[in-house]
Design a protein around this ligand. Sequence first.
Ligand SMILES: *[C@@H]1O[C@H](CO)[C@@H](O)[C@H](O)[C@H]1NC(C)=O
Ligand SMILES: *[C@@H]1O[C@H](CO)[C@@H](O)[C@H](O)[C@H]1NC(C)=O
Ligand SMILES: *[C@@H]1O[C@H](CO)[C@@H](O)[C@H](O)[C@H]1NC(C)=O
Ligand SMILES: *[C@@H]1O[C@H](CO)[C@@H](O)[C@H](O)[C@H]1NC(C)=O
Ligand SMILES: *[C@@H]1O[C@H](CO)[C@@H](O)[C@H](O)[C@H]1NC(C)=O
Ligand SMILES: *[C@@H]1O[C@H](CO)[C@@H](O)[C@H](O)[C@H]1NC(C)=O
Length: 900
Amino acid sequence: MAFNVRKFFYKYAKWLGATVLTTFFIQILISISLFPTVNDNLLKKFGHTSLERHEFGDVSARKIINGYSDDEDIHTKTSSQTKSTPHLRIEELDFKPACDIKSREAVSAIHRAKTQSCKQEIVNKTCLIQNGNFYPTKLPNKCPSNGMTYGKYYGCYLDEKKLRILSSFYGNYATTNSPEFCVDICMQAGFPYAGVQYASECFCGDVIPPESAKTMEGSCNMKCPGNSTKICGGYFTMNIYETGLTKFVPITPKLSSNVKESVRIVFLLTLNGRALRQVHRLINVLYRSHHYFYIHVDKRQDYMHRKLSALEKKFQNVRLAPNRYATIWGGASLLKMLLSSMKDFMSLGWQWDYVINLSESDFPIKSLEDLETFLSVNKGLNFVKSHGREVQRFIKKQGLDKTFIECETHMWRVGERKLPQGIIIDGGSDWIALSPEFVSYVVGKHDELLSGLHVIFQHTLLPAESFFHTVLRNSIFCNTYVDNNLHVTNWKRKLGCKCQYKHVVDWCGCSPNDFRTEDWPRIQNTLNRQLFFARKFEPVINQEVITRVEQLIGLTDHYHIHNLEGYWQIIYDIEDLPASTDDTLLSHAGSILRQNAKILLQEDCTIELGEVHEINLYKYADVYKGNLILYKALIENEHEVFIETWYKPKHYLEINSKSQYSDIVKIFKVSSDYDQKEMTFRNFGSILGPLSEPSLVYQFSLIEKLTENLTVILLDPAGIIAEVNTIYKEENNLTNFIKFNVKTPLLPGVWKVTLLEQNYVPIAMTKFLVTPLEYFSGKEMSHQETSLIHSGSSNSYKNYSQIKDIDLLPSKKDSLLLQDLAFSNIKRIGHDLREWIDSLNVVFYDILGSCLSGDNFKDKLICGKNKFRDCVSTDWSSLSPDPKGTIGKLNLRTGRLERI
Ligand SMILES: *[C@@H]1O[C@H](CO)[C@@H](O)[C@H](O)[C@H]1NC(C)=O
Ligand SMILES: *[C@@H]1O[C@H](CO)[C@@H](O)[C@H](O)[C@H]1NC(C)=O
Ligand SMILES: *[C@@H]1O[C@H](CO)[C@@H](O)[C@H](O)[C@H]1NC(C)=O
Ligand SMILES: *[C@@H]1O[C@H](CO)[C@@H](O)[C@H](O)[C@H]1NC(C)=O
Ligand SMILES: *[C@@H]1O[C@H](CO)[C@@H](O)[C@H](O)[C@H]1NC(C)=O
Ligand SMILES: *[C@@H]1O[C@H](CO)[C@@H](O)[C@H](O)[C@H]1NC(C)=O
């Protein structure tokens, strides 16, 4: 009967077996060794909130970012280098630093980095930067200058307070201003003219003032703060210089033309996560045999890669990137990945006119024909969207004036830097459509400009948001620049700017929200504009809006589509690389299946359980309907079949009608992986184990009734208070969450969370299950392991003995009993352990049904008194037809699902 799980192997599992550990050790082991693995895997499973690339879109985002200063130490205090630089603790390094590190941020990064090789990389680069041997100080601008000359002097001009003669930019530089300084600033921002005034002021402009504004040289009479041998204008007088640039006018693309030429597009898909069915849907909408699909799947996303590999064999115009990168939000690796992908498909001999990059969360909002028409009349142009604001501000907010070093899948901020003279800095949107000529230049042999920009952008936060823009503006391709946002992004700053990437980047970034049905007007508003794609779409959050978009762009076959509102997303696949969250998931799944087998046995149907092949989460009409476990089984001792079992978590919420606040609680629920931006748990099934990190989400209404602070008490399965939190009257008007701080391992069993009035009258109570584990690192648990994993962490709870005599606490007698029970549970292994696991899971999950699949099984649907349904004709089954994403529209009508 035992579950046949692949033998996962972890080095600490082996180590565990050989070592006797004290409780103290347990804490360290769990917090250091297990957490990284657990977290990585959760991300892999439940989406990609922290892995994905992101954009700062426009500058208004950044205003908000700076407001989020809970990151004070690593984000906002950047100018304090001059204050005491903390000493580098050399004793923590196994190498000798090549120099005396002066940057405070670098010292902090070196200390925070975990591996010696990462520390050394930071030290090495910081030393080179400190000695001025790293970044280029000047780079060439190859954009034709039409006779304009860097630094050419025009004369002294009279300025007016009301009508500035150079009006595009103004900056005040009390210590650094000089003609050179100001010319560089204006050049960086792409302006042809620069003017210095009143010593410290620098102005930039697009047009030279009329000759009549010129005045006597002597009227410009103030010394420059940055160079006392130079003059920096005077009182409303300005020395004006050329920067060497001509006025920048982006190209306006044509909208249509009478001649319809054909256009061939390379869709460069950079994919992450597990939304395979959505990726199929996206490719389906964009698929034509004359277009190309070059697909880069994140190195960690093995499932997606395995499943998409099949496409390469089926379709000649689909190619998967052989060099895979693990990219992080804002990381330098994102640019490396894009360039490597471009270089690779350039070598394939494809004949194409445009490359457009997209991710799994992008979707077209115009028909492919509209896009083709638009691009066909604009061949040779390059579409990038500029931030459209003031360049110095853009540089600051985007962190372009800081050095970032990527290692240990983290972007470490190590200090300030000076961008090179002589080039324009540009950047902005996350979306590009590039011509083959330009791509060929960018990935071709590096000239001085490209080599220099590579060094800079390999050490830049969010490099892909500026690199292509900057190359374009400074290369001979500058006159193919279209500043046109063909992409619409669903920004909701309040939700999207929560500094949610702190763990991967020393910076606070924003990220757009998923479109939901209620955002529909936003998409409708783009109808008459040259916008062809939108982001983000995530069917696990909202699928209806995607269906609507398909209707909008002319895919009207929807009435014929079976299961249009169903959505399945894989959370476990048998071929996944082993990871420790699987221990929780598989322990839980095994228990559900035993529960199901017992139910079948009541109908005289005996089944023997085999390997679990897949676990999917299932949503219908955007409502979570439970999980589906697909597994091998032997029916009545002879027929080997696949069974899929559908089950759903039960949610417990008790409201105390005697409380004055009984009517305010709308949501009060515990799970893990809370996504603040989408305000939803990514762990839909609330499957929690001893190593999970649970959070409570609550939503109140009628908030005006509340006149006091409320208390939340977390009680462990032994009836001991593990944590007490306060919900402040002032803050609780909307949905909010509390991430519990209890140390892992959590004591397995039933935990209770109670919301109380100030006088400890309960308002609401919920309970959640921390399932004991049957497996550790994929193997059945040994005594030693259970004594580590199942013993809880009550010794690290705070002392809450002042809270007593409240009803929710067990009596002294019960309390002792519960503690004894918890203690004896630690010793349970094998069959005994499974019984314990089952007795708990049966309380928290309901089995809803099973269906059967396999070769030649049609006559075996009857088992005892039970009649199985055939999975293919069972709507909820992950094996039932789901033609939404059938590539090439081949089977849109027959509705036959091709599992690719
Ligand atoms: C750092 O520099 C030292 C000395 O030049 C070199 O041996 C080492 O490989 C470099 N390490 C890294 C990680 O860059
Ligand atoms: C000041 O300007 C002069 C003349 O261009 C130049 O030689 C000198 O290096 C400048 N000094 C500084 C501190 O930039
Ligand atoms: C597409 O390219 C732009 C510009 O390089 C970049 O900012 C963005 O992250 C890319 N998007 C995807 C989905 O790869
Ligand atoms: C809630 O707690 C805060 C902080 O302890 C306190 O300042 C405030 O007065 C309390 N509010 C009420 C209504 O008791
Ligand atoms: C929450 O309260 C703040 C301040 O009292 C208010 O500005 C905000 O609109 C409220 N939010 C909601 C969702 O009610
Ligand atoms: C908890 O604190 C109380 C006093 O508040 C003290 O009497 C008791 O010994 C403490 N318990 C533990 C286990 O430290």
